[in-house]
Design a protein around this ligand. Sequence first.
Ligand SMILES: [Zn+2]
Ligand SMILES: [Zn+2]
Length: 225
Amino acid sequence: MFRRRSSPKVEEAAPPPAGRERCAAGGCRRLDGTQCSYVDKRSRRCPTAWCPNHVADVAGFPYCRRHASTMSAIEGGEVVAGLPDLDNRAPSLVGWISRELDEPIRDVLTRVAPPSGARLVTDPVRLIITPGGSTRRWAKTWKIVDSTSVLNRVSIEVDEVDDCHVSARVDTELIGRGLPPWIGNRQAGRQVDPQVDAAERAEFAAAMARSIELVVTGEEVAFGH
Ligand SMILES: [Zn+2]
Ligand SMILES: [Zn+2]
């Protein structure tokens, strides 16, 4: 269950009245757009507005597509330490990779779990702040727990200051770090057609899943660098 955000700080950002803005979608001429509700940790509000055809709803609030992806990743949960900067993709990248890896991670953890007395639990994408607050990492975690402790833990993480790279951790050990191909393509200004993009995404996810599997089962390490 997620907690509904108590308030998207609408009053602070003083938005124009809802539903009176020009829609930001390419080619859309509607003038009944509602402003995206996203407010980042510096209290900046996303300036885009979207008509009913193009707005994305998460937990009852309107968002642009980018921020809907962030809010869906954290399952609408409240982030006391504040949401990432407007243009930061860390939580949504963790969300995407986690959806791709959910099944293989569940499979391998279930395989290594003791036959009885243990169960799999998952946490939604959450902010991990290192002591002192010097780093903000977004992570999704899968755990095998018994009645007293965590037996195995896998997490997928993206650091806010480097929101292009995805890391995988098994227990506390960092086992790999990679640049997703579509981000690499964009950085290099390469256009790829949708089939190639889909194949590259699947290959990247499969390589990460394989690395996690090898470490969890005690075989070997390594994906990306
Ligand atoms: Zn529109
Ligand atoms: Zn937005």
